[in-house]
Design a protein around this ligand. Structure first.
Ligand code: NAP
Ligand code: MG
Length: 398
């Protein structure tokens, strides 16, 4: 069989620990036998980040601007323990944070739905994709403990020195206060990322805030989404047969629980943080979750939603067998290959990505899976495979 050719490279960002081991196996068994894999390789493993003073992370993000599509392996975000473990020069920042700061955009997370791993919410038939705004609000807030009686005000000082004040509260006694902000540009790019992604995967977009209570703050989110939708997206949505739907956050939560899924739910930063954990655990497992960063300029970076699975890696280093789930990492690759195929008009590559996804899901539905899934599946007597044998079982089906 002739291998599928790729005209433009994908940016390949290698990573750490157990996911780095899976990465190599996926390439060896599932990709390289079928594709003349064309990637520009960046080693984001912690050792190499340390050697290059983290320049490699910046370079990989800039390469993503050039080629538009990247696939990323999970990476260690250093903490104090990693400083000694890897003898680091500095406590390097989270690579995801660095890449996000360069590319801007929104992270979309969706469960990988497979028969045998049933959502706790019994009417959820299709995935629910959470789009989380990744800037501002309480994550960039400033707070004060108020020791006793006194007045708290918001003060805006314009460039010309003029002040605008707004009373927060006249305190009679002790209390607390919090100030938070967002910037219009970030909300606009969040909106555009969501509209573009909805068009991309042809699903309805829901957005919800508490605009009835927060008449300026949340209402601005609502207004920016609506203005951009009316000016730039309404016609495109009509053509694609999808809708944009705004409602109050409490109404959205109630509707989500009663829905059958199959839409994108755009969330402000805090709502996205909380709701994505609820939705992902209700769907089954973090190892069955795709994650893609979509920039407003049309750059795409695909990854798994989970980390480097450190505990399994240490077992692996001791020569013990592991049963680590590679599905999310496989789907990071298929997402990137499909997007590459779409941008290059390479139908063969897109078809291959679909077949690899199908082979992966069929393997699980056929009763062969890793231990994490075997523990929660409704399939009787599943065969538990180790990390490599699971990938080989997929290769066999493929
Ligand atoms: P983790 O990699 O998400 O794993 C936590 C636990 O979840 C594992 O010990 C395992 O449970 C289970 N798990 C996660 N993924 C699995 C998979 N694919 N197959 C089977 N089980 C899976 O988190 P961590 O081990 O606490 O973090 C390790 C490193 O990941 C940290 O240094 C952190 O900085 C980094 N991280 C990176 C990213 C990223 O690059 N996107 C995201 C999050 C964390 P059992 O042990 O019970 O089997
Ligand atoms: Mg969270």
């Amino acid at each position: 069989m002739a291998k599928i050719k790729m005209t433009t490279p994908i940016v390949e960002m290698d990573g750490d620990e157990m996911t780095r081991i899976l990465w190599k196996m996926i390439k060896e068994h599932l990709l390289e036998p079928f594709i003349e894999l064309n990637t520009e390789y960046y080693d984001l493993g912690l050792e190499h980040r340390n050697e290059t003073d983290d320049q490699v992370t910046v370079d990989s993000a800039n390469a993503t601007k050039k080629y538009k599509v990247a696939v990323k392996c999970a990476t260690i975000t250093p903490n104090a323990a990693r400083m000694t473990e890897y003898d680091l020069k500095e406590m390097w920042k989270s690579p995801n944070g660095t890449i996000r700061a360069i590319l801007d955009g929104t992270v979309f997370r969706a469960p990988i739905v497979v028969k045998g791993i049933e959502p706790c919410v019994k009417n959820w038939k299709k995935p629910i994709t959470i789009a989380r705004h990744a800037y501002g609000d309480v994550y960039k807030g400033s707070e004060m403990k108020i020791p006793g009686a006194g007045k708290v005000e918001l003060v805006y000082t314009a460039k010309d020195g003029r002040e605008t004040r707004e009373l927060v509260h006249e305190f009679d006694g002790a209390g607390i206060v919090q100030g938070m902000h967002n910037v219009s540009q970030s909300i606009e790019s969040f909106a555009r990322s969501c509209f573009n992604y909805a068009l991309d995967i042809k699903q309805d977009l829901w957005f919800a805030t508490k605009d009835t209570i927060s008449k300026k703050y949340d209402h601005t989110f609502k207004d920016i989404f609506q203005d951009i939708f009316d000016a730039e997206y309404r016609e495109k949505f009509d053509k694609a047969g999808i809708t944009y739907f705004y409602t109050l956050i409490d109404d959205a939560v109630a509707r989500v629980m009663k829905s059958e899924g199959g839409y994108i739910w755009a969330c402000k930063n805090y709502d996205g943080d909380v709701m994505s954990d609820m939705v992902s655990s209700a769907f089954g497992s973090l190892a069955m979750m795709t994650s893609v960063l979509v920039s407003p300029d049309g750059y795409y970076e695909y990854e798994a939603a989970h980390g480097t699975v450190q505990r399994h890696y240490y077992k692996h280093l001791e020569g013990e067998e592991t049963s680590t789930n590679s599905v999310a990492t496989i789907f990071a690759w298929t997402g990137a290959l499909k997007k590459r195929g779409e941008l290059d008009g390479n139908q063969e590559l897109m078809d291959f990505a679909d077949r690899l996804e199908k082979a992966t899901l069929d393997t699980i539905e056929g009763g062969k899976m890793t231990k994490d899934l075997a523990l929660i599946t409704t399939i009787e007597n599943p065969t538990v495979l180790n990390s490599e044998d699971f990938i080989k079982a997929i290769a066999e089906r493929l």
